[in-house]
Design a protein around this ligand. Structure first.
Ligand code: GLA
Length: 399
């Protein structure tokens, strides 16, 4: 092989060899993402502006001997190896999913959803072995789950000759997450992971699934995107995420529209009269956040990325006060970064923990990092993990 493998791809290959005692057929990978702006808008048929990051999940895959007819999965991030006969996938998902250790529901759920999307019977495909390794931080709000889904879907699509397009593969990942894992999430993370481009974000209309590449120009503007992982773990399969989603559905029903995408800023005065205060504030977040995504896209194009800072800050305030999905660690990260000179900052992802992002002039990165670390120490929070990310390529075959 002419190009050396990425260290994580190499780790997946080595795990494959150690566990299955053979050489893999190849390795595939998909990235995590950060969301620049557009939070909790995806399942409201709205707009989002995420980008894929350089952290990826790699999968080494091999075809089984014909008579084995199962899927075996193993990973460096969880001790539990799992084997499921291909013919049992339909019995397992979704009703018996709890019998599978949680991390394995992602790749096995993808296999299940993929065959359905392709209209293929399990009898028509060969059994496969998959070994995963990842450098996407788990539980940090950087979509480690979409990275597993994207890598699995891309690999299986190829070796099973399904020939599905990237948007369909993103939908497969979302179905796996919703039905095989049980997290009622939207389509943003999977689309960002499948469609990522170097130096660009994906501007996605979550109703039509039309995606446009938006050049960010961070490097040319001397900007870095700093991630502050608070270390506060969250799960979207339980609690707050689903409650917010229900509040949005309730709000849309009261307004008599299919989704909050159809409510405009001008409708908000009427919404305030029709619904209770909590539901109204959930609605106001989504409606104003959709507008902020559109404004961010326009501002990047017309004035460059340094001009989007206020929109990021307004997005954070809306999530903190109206949608109420921030936590003290995220607020502290955002406030300390801004006080130290960040152009803009906000929490990213589903909330209740995870990471914040700060858009920072290159010369200020160290100052911002030190300020955030100091603020966490002063508040008695565990030290955050701080690193920069670059907009990177989406899912693909590595070797
Ligand atoms: C999680 C979900 C996404 C999206 C975000 C919030 O990352 O997976 O679908 O809803 O939260 O914007």
């Amino acid at each position: 092989m002419s190009t050396p493998l990425h260290p994580t791809a190499d780790a997946a290959s080595r795990l494959f060899g150690g566990h299955f005692g053979a050489e893999p057929e190849g390795t595939w990978s998909a990235p995590g993402r950060v969301n620049l702006i557009g939070e909790h808008t995806d399942y409201n048929d709205g707009f989002v502006l995420p980008f894929a990051i350089q952290h990826r999940t790699h999968v080494a895959l091999g075809l089984q001997v014909a008579e084995r007819r199962s899927i075996r999965v193993v990973s460096t991030f969880d001790a539990g190896a799992v084997e499921v006969p291909l013919d049992e996938l339909d019995d397992l998902f979704p009703s018996r999913r709890d019998e599978i250790v949680e991390w394995a529901r992602y790749p096995l759920g993808v296999a299940w959803a993929l065959l359905h999307a392709a209209g293929r019977d399990t009898a028509s495909v060969t059994g496969v072995d998959l070994a995963f390794a990842a450098d996407v931080p788990v539980g940090a709000g950087l979509s480690s789950s979409a990275a597993i889904e994207g890598a699995t879907a891309t690999a299986l699509d190829e070796v099973w000759n399904l020939d599905l397009d990237p948007v369909t593969l993103a939908q497969v990942g979302r179905r796996a997450e919703n039905e095989a894992v049980g997290a009622p999430t939207g389509i943003m993370d999977q689309m960002a992971s499948m469609l990522g481009r170097t130096d660009a974000a994906t501007f996605l209309d979550c109703r039509s699934l039309e995606a446009n590449v938006i050049d960010l120009g961070f490097a040319a503007a001397g900007l870095e995107l700093v991630v502050i992982d608070t270390g506060v773990k969250h799960s979207h399969a339980t609690g707050g995420y689903g409650e917010r989603r229900s509040a949005c559905e309730r709000g849309a029903a009261i307004m008599g529209v299919p989704a909050l995408r159809d409510v405009s800023i001008d409708d908000l005065a009427r919404a305030a009269e029709l619904m209770d205060d909590v539901t109204f504030r959930r609605v106001r977040h989504v409606v104003t956040e959709n507008q902020r995504v559109l404004d961010t896209v326009r501002t990047v194009r017309e004035q460059g990325p340094t001009a989007i800072g206020d929109l990021l800050v307004a997005s954070h305030a809306s999530m903190r006060d109206d949608f109420e999905i921030s936590v003290p660690e995220l607020d502290t990260a955002v406030e300390a970064a801004l006080a130290a000179g960040a152009v803009g900052a906000r929490m990213t992802g589903g909330g209740f923990g995870g990471a914040a992002i700060a858009l920072v002039r290159r010369a200020d990165v160290e100052k911002v990092t030190d300020a955030v670390n100091a603020a966490f120490a002063a508040s008695g929070f565990s030290a955050p993990t701080i690193f920069t990310v670059t907009p990177s390529a989406g899912a693909h075959r590595d070797a």
